[in-house]
Design a protein around this ligand. Structure first.
Ligand SMILES: O=c1ccn([C@@H]2O[C@H](COP(=O)(O)O)[C@@H](O)[C@H]2O)c(=O)[nH]1
Length: 278
């Protein structure tokens, strides 16, 4: 079984360092001339699948925008995931799950078990109940070639009060998360399968990322104000592991397929240039 880290490494080499989110905000549905209902959601997601599914390395559906429409929204999410994987995109489901370990086991089975209707390549997870509570996700990911992206320094301004707080040994909470994830990835080649989420908006992290050996998902580009040029300042020498992520900035170019494609191509060009180490 090929690991998620190896699959991601290959996808990024072939398609470029880019993750595009599927975030069907009501305002975006309106901008695309779609109704804010199940029909609009389905058309929106289908367009993203058809235009970007065979050219972007990672596509990140934001579960919340599908959950808004209850079971019908979840049915669309399931078919979107299936169609994206058929087109060769890696699917990272942004669900930010976290709970006590026995419940995390059920989440792991929902997203990382190949027989599940919601099976994806990777999920986002919240470490607020302790990184160790996510162990069932790490275990199932390892068993089936999946990945988990653990929140460390999120792109929203409110995150800092918790994530930059200091633990008894002087390390920031973010650094504690980073260190635990680094241990999980130790020795993995070419890249570990447990990633971190570090927003492109956070400025200097004050964290040591040198031992992570896993992917660093960087949301916050575009609509939240960060640019690809900010990535160097945030990630420093960890830049090669960064997976830049855009949602509204790219999606806003739709629904015209050529314009949507061009926006994704521009984003990947900007990110390639920003991540190139000199
Ligand atoms: O720290 C985080 C973690 C996740 N997100 C999610 O990424 C997208 C960002 O959308 P944009 O339109 O590019 O702002 C969205 O789904 C967030 O929930 C994040 O922004 N920051």
């Amino acid at each position: 079984m090929e690991s998620f880290g190896a699959r991601l490494h290959r996808a990024v080499s072939e398609r470029g360092p880019l993750c595009v989110g599927i975030d069907p905000h009501p305002a975006l549905l309106a901008r695309w001339g779609l109704t804010d209902d199940v029909d609009g959601l389905g058309r929106f997601a289908r367009t993203v699948v058809d235009v970007l599914g065979d050219r972007v390395a990672v596509i990140k559906p934001q579960s919340a925008f599908f959950e808004r429409f209850g079971s019908q929204g979840l049915a669309i999410l399931e078919s979107t995931i299936r169609q994206l994987r058929e087109r060769g995109a890696l699917v990272l489901l942004d669900v930010k799950r976290g709970d006590i370990g026995s419940t995390v086991r059920a989440y792991a089975s929902a997203y990382l078990e190949p027989s599940s209707p919601m099976y994806v390549d990777a999920v986002t997870a919240s470490p607020f109940l302790g990184v160790g509570s996510l162990a069932p996700m790490f275990e199932l990911a390892a068993e089936h070639g999946g990945g988990v992206f653990v929140l460390a320094l999120t792109s929203n301004p409110e995150g800092a009060s918790v994530q930059r707080a200091r633990a008894a040994d002087g390390r920031s909470v973010a650094q504690l998360v980073i260190d635990e994830v680094s241990q999980l990835n130790a020795g993995a080649q070419p890249l570990g399968s447990i990633g971190l989420v570090i927003g492109a908006t956070v400025g200097e992290t004050g964290c040591d990322l040198s031992a992570v050996n896993g992917p660093l998902l960087a949301p916050g580009l575009g609509a939240q104000g960060a640019t690809a040029a900010d990535l160097r300042m945030v990630f420093g020498s960890a830049l090669p592991a960064v997976l830049p992520s855009y949602s509204r900035e790219v999606l806003g170019a739709g629904p015209d397929p050529a314009a949507l494609r061009a926006a994704a191509d521009r984003a990947v060009d900007d990110c390639r240039a920003a991540l190139a180490t000199s």
